[in-house]
Structures are given as structure tokens and as C-alpha cells.
Design a protein around this ligand. Structure first.
Ligand SMILES: Cc1cc2nc3c(=O)[nH]c(=O)nc-3n(C[C@H](O)[C@H](O)[C@H](O)COP(=O)(O)OP(=O)(O)OC[C@H]3O[C@@H](n4cnc5c(N)ncnc54)[C@H](O)[C@@H]3O)c2cc1C
Length: 505
């Protein structure tokens, strides 16, 4: 199996890598950690609060979790992910976390270098993915330790950086720095390539003789036919790397397996209405934050329009509010809608989001009122169009229209993964192959235990792409993929050893 050398950059296309991971967020990092040979074992002193799971873990105590039957271990477990391996890994790393307990993980990690599977992790920005693009002033929804990766406690890392640890929620910027640090201290850096943009991933039917000189020496015809079945269908990965002077250097790689860990934040959802591409209409918090940072909205009398009723829209409301920018907040739902995210967040832990929710409920626009100075909500309204003179037309559920002059508009109604580098934009991989992939309603269809795409062998997906939008659960994907690849690698070695030794496959 070829090894990736630290010096070999992306241009050495003659090597076929065993694995290429696309996306360097927490999913890609965790997968790289496990592919690097880190293995989880039951700690000698640990007792899992789930007695049935504990007795199963005891049975396999001498084996790492990667070498155990994940279906057997995850049987009967329940949690906030529809992927059984995600629930299993979460309950091992954070036992009974949903009951409010902060029990330590029952696992300890060993580096077993002979399990190393060569791989490259490619990503547009620095390791940490989406966490590098979040608004600096907000706090995470989850507690810090829920975003940590195996083998490095977030609390230990953060306490070495700052003394006063106030509360359990943290700044996204801190999580982003933790992920960068994690890649360094775990020795994963040699597998990571930053500033790389993947533009196409396609199947390649390579001729048996091409590229891999070793294979030509195998004389047994039978073995050659059998081997061709194993290596024929490789992946070709094309893209470019942005280098220091800003230019783009194209590359082409070959891989036996590809893991998609691209998250879902690359394509912000649009309203698909007239005027949405006008320059005063933003579709992300970083864009809005940058406009505020440059002072573009300071001292403007006209309000900012914020569209959406999720937490990102709430972050934008808070951001505008804290910068004394008047807000018009438009959303389609009723304020009493039980599915509003605010209803699921305890008031004590999320006071800032409850402040926004309180304003949404109590500072609504009514026909006989004018706009309130700082904030006015428009429940059960939608935007009809944006105009070049910076006006927008809103319409209520009853059909009533209103025109407002704006200083900017921010549309924050969710985002979609961008799988444009795959055929059919990756739609064919979803449960419903005629629709785009979405985290909630149409995730990539995978085998529940290997995370291999049901519709494409040797292509894996993890994280929000398979419905696990929280870091707590995406780690299960790394476990499933690693177990599958390690098992296949073992089988392949056995096959080659036996075939090479006596010619019998
Ligand atoms: C505002 C906000 C708050 C959040 N708060 C929390 C929270 O409190 N707790 C929690 O658990 N989760 C939270 N999340 C969700 C969290 O961001 C995700 O769970 C997590 O980042 C997903 O990790 P990932 O590695 O799968 O994908 P990502 O972190 O999205 O990383 C994927 C990376 O792949 C890159 N990529 C995509 N396409 C390509 C390509 N073609 N070529 C190269 N690179 C590519 C992307 O640019 C990105 O950097 C929050 C998300 C947002 C937006």
C-alpha cells in the first residue's frame, strides 16, 4: 500500500491513495485520527451506567471498539441521532449526557501505528471546517465538551489558555482553535492539505497495468483477474490549491475510497424571489458581520431586514441589536408554533436566545402601529421582492402587503450541502434521489454500520450529510468508516499474502 509522504504535495498523481477525505471539519479530523491508528478500548476502571452495554463491553474488553461488532454493541440504544453507531459512540464518550450527567468517557485511546491507513484530508480553509466561519460574539448551542474530539479534553485545553471558565457554552472561535491544535498535537498534520477546493470526483476505470508497477509482477493469471476486481474502480479527484500568491494550482489525485465530510453550510438557502441578488441582500452571518465591521450600517436610520426564525437569524438579530441597528424581523411561522427552536432551549442556559424570542412575541407589527425603534417582528409574513432602491415588499398570511426602505437585508433560512463535484450534484446518493441532499429531510443514504453510500461502493459519507448535525454524533461516522476500511484492508492483506505464497486465492 503506498504511503503518503509529508513532502508529497497534491501534484504526485501517480500514487493511488487508499483514502481521500473531502472536508476538514470535525468529521474529517475525527476520521483522520482513527485512520491514523488511534484505537479506543474500554478503560480498566470504567463502568458504563447502561448495565447491558457494559456487559457487552466486558466481553470484548481485549479488543478495541473498532474490532468489535458495532451492530451488537449498538442494539437497543436510544439517542438523538438516527444512526445507531453515532448513538453508540456518543454513549461511550458521554454516558447519559442527555440525562444531564457529565460522566467521563469509558474509553481510553491507544496509538497502534500498524493500523495506520494512508489518507489525505482536503479542505477549503484551516482544519476546523465551519467553525472558522461563525460569528465571533455568539456562544455555542452545545457545551464545550460535546464538541471535543477523542483523546483531548476540551476543558483541559481551554484551561491552559484562559483562567476564568465561565459557564459551559463557549465561543465558536475557541472551538475552531481547539480543532487546529488537535490536528497538530495528534500528529495528523502530514495528512492535511489546506486551501484545497475539490471540483470533481468521478469513477475511473483504470487499466490493470497502469500506474501501479507492483501489480505487473504477479504472474498467476487467476490472481490477476481476482485482483483486478479489487483495484479496478478507483476515484479520480480533481481540484485546485490556492497558494500563497493567490494563484490556483490544479491537481488530480487517485483514491480507492473517498469519504465525504463536507458539512452542509456551503450553499446558503435562498428565498428564490425577485431582487435577491442585489448587493444589499446578504445570505450569511460572516457577510453581515463584515458589513457591520466595515461600519457600512452604522448610523443608518433605515432598518436591517432579517429573514428566518432559527438560531442563526436570532444571532443576526442580537448582532444588529448590540450594534444599535434597527431590525425588521420577518418569519413565516406563528410565534406559538411548537416546533420553533426556542421552545426546545432551556431559558436558564440560553438567555440571549430567549431574549430574542421574547421580542419576537411581544414586539410584533400591527396595522395600526408604526415600526418600533429598535426591533419589530413580522410573524406569519414572507418577503415578496427586493427592489434596486433598497426597498422590500412584505406580505402577511392574509395577503396584506407593506413596503419598507432598508439599509440591508440578511436572509438566514438554512443552508444546503454543495456536492456539485459529484455527478448529478450528488442527488443520486440521497434517500430520495430526485431531490438535493439536505441534512434533515434528504440525507445521503448509507449503510447504518459502515457509512458506505448505499448507491455507490467505496464512497462514504459522515456528519451533517448523513443527518448528524451535532459534533457529538458525527464522531460515530468516523468509527463506522474506520471499522469498514480496517476490516477490508485486513481481508485484502490476507488475500494477497495467501495468493502470493502458494498461488491459491
Ligand atoms: C451558527 C452555527 C452554530 C452551531 N453550533 C453548534 C453547536 O453548538 N454544537 C454542535 O455540535 N454543532 C453546532 N453547529 C453545527 C456544526 O457546525 C457541525 O456539526 C459541524 O461543523 C459539522 O462538521 P463537519 O466536519 O461534518 O462539516 P463542516 O464543519 O461544515 O466542515 C466541512 C468542511 O468541508 C469543506 N468543503 C466543502 N466542500 C468542499 C470542497 N468542494 N472542497 C474542499 N473543501 C470543501 C467546507 O468548506 C468545510 O470547511 C453549528 C453550526 C452553525 C452554522
Amino acid at each position: 500500500m503506498p504511503l503518503v509522504e509529508e513532502t508529497s504535495l497534491l501534484e504526485d498523481s501517480s500514487v493511488t491513495l487508499p483514502v481521500v477525505v473531502i472536508g476538514n471539519g470535525p468529521s474529517g479530523i475525527c476520521l483522520s485520527y482513527m485512520l491514523s491508528g488511534y484505537r479506543p478500548y474500554l478503560s480498566s476502571e470504567a463502568i458504563h451506567p447502561n448495565a447491558i452495554l457494559h456487559s457487552k463491553l466486558e466481553e470484548g474488553r481485549h479488543l478495541s471498539i473498532v474490532d468489535q461488532d458495532l451492530e451488537y454493541l449498538s442494539e437497543g440504544l436510544e439517542g438523538r441521532s438516527s444512526n445507531p453507531v453515532a448513538v453508540l459512540f456518543d454513549t461511550l464518550l458521554h454516558p447519559d449526557a442527555d440525562f444531564g450527567y457529565d460522566y467521563p468517557s469509558v474509553l481510553h485511546w491507544k496509538l497502534e501505528q500498524h493500523h495506520y491507513i494512508p489518507h489525505l484530508v482536503l479542505g477549503k480553509g484551516p482544519p476546523g471546517g465551519a467553525w472558522h466561519n461563525m460569528e465571533g460574539s455568539m456562544l455555542t448551542i452545545s457545551f464545550g465538551n460535546w464538541m471535543e474530539l477523542p483523546g483531548l479534553k476540551f476543558k483541559d485545553w481551554v484551561s491552559s489558555k484562559r483562567r476564568n471558565l465561565k459557564g459551559d457554552r463557549v465561543m465558536p472561535e475557541e472551538i475552531a482553535r481547539y480543532y487546529k491544535h488537535y490536528v497538530k498535537v495528534m500528529g495528523l498534520q502530514k495528512n492535511f492539505r489546506e486551501n484545497t477546493y475539490i471540483t470533481s470526483v468521478s469513477r475511473l476505470y483504470r487499466d490493470q497495468g497502469e500506474g501501479d508497477g507492483q501489480d505487473r509482477n504477479i504472474s498467476t493469471q487467476h490472481l490477476q483477474i481476482e485482483k483486478s476486481k479489487l483495484i479496478k474502480r478507483n476515484w479520480e479527484i480533481r481540484g485546485y490549491q490556492r497558494v500563497a500568491d493567490g494563484s490556483h494550482v490544479p491537481f488530480c489525485l487517485f483514491a480507492e475510497n473517498v469519504a465525504l465530510a463536507t458539512g452542509t453550510l456551503d450553499s446558503p438557502a435562498h428565498l428564490e424571489i425577485e431582487g435577491e441578488d442585489l448587493p444589499f441582500v446578504f445570505h450569511s452571518m460572516p457577510e453581515f458581520g463584515a458589513a457591520i465591521g466595515k461600519g457600512k450600517l452604522r448610523g443608518k436610520a433605515d432598518p436591517v431586514l432579517i429573514v428566518g426564525s432559527g438560531l442563526t437569524a436570532a444571532d443576526a438579530v442580537l448582532c444588529a441589536y448590540n450594534n444599535n441597528i434597527p431590525v425588521i424581523h420577518v418569519f413565516r411561522r406563528r410565534v406559538t408554533d411548537p416546533s420553533l427552536i426556542f421552545k426546545q432551549l432551556p431559558k436558564k442556559l440560553y438567555p440571549e436566545y430567549h431574549k430574542v424570542y421574547h421580542m419576537m412575541c411581544t414586539q410584533s407589527y400591527s396595522v395600526d402601529s408604526t415600526l418600533l425603534s429598535a426591533y419589530t417582528s413580522f410573524p406569519e409574513h414572507h418577503v415578496l421582492s427586493f427592489k434596486p432602491d433598497m426597498k422590500c415588499i412584505l406580505q402577511s398570511i392574509s395577503g396584506l402587503k407593506k413596503i419598507f426602505k432598508l439599509s440591508a437585508a440578511v436572509v438566514l433560512i438554512g443552508s444546503h450541502p454543495n456536492l456539485s463535484f459529484l455527478k448529478e450534484q450528488g442527488c443520486y446518493l440521497g434517500h430520495n434521489s430526485s431531490q438535493p441532499i439536505t441534512c434533515k429531510t434528504n440525507p445521503v443514504e448509507i449503510d447504518a454500520y459502515t457509512y458506505e453510500c448505499v448507491k455507490e461502493a467505496n464512497l462514504f459519507a459522515l456528519g451533517p450529510l448523513v443527518g448528524d448535525n451535532f459534533v457529538r454524533f458525527l464522531k460515530g461516522g468516523a468509527l463506522g468508516v474506520t471499522r469498514c476500511l480496517a476490516t477490508r484492508q485486513k481481508k485484502k492483506h490476507l488475500f494477497v499474502e495467501r495468493g502470493g505464497g502458494d498461488g491459491i486465492a
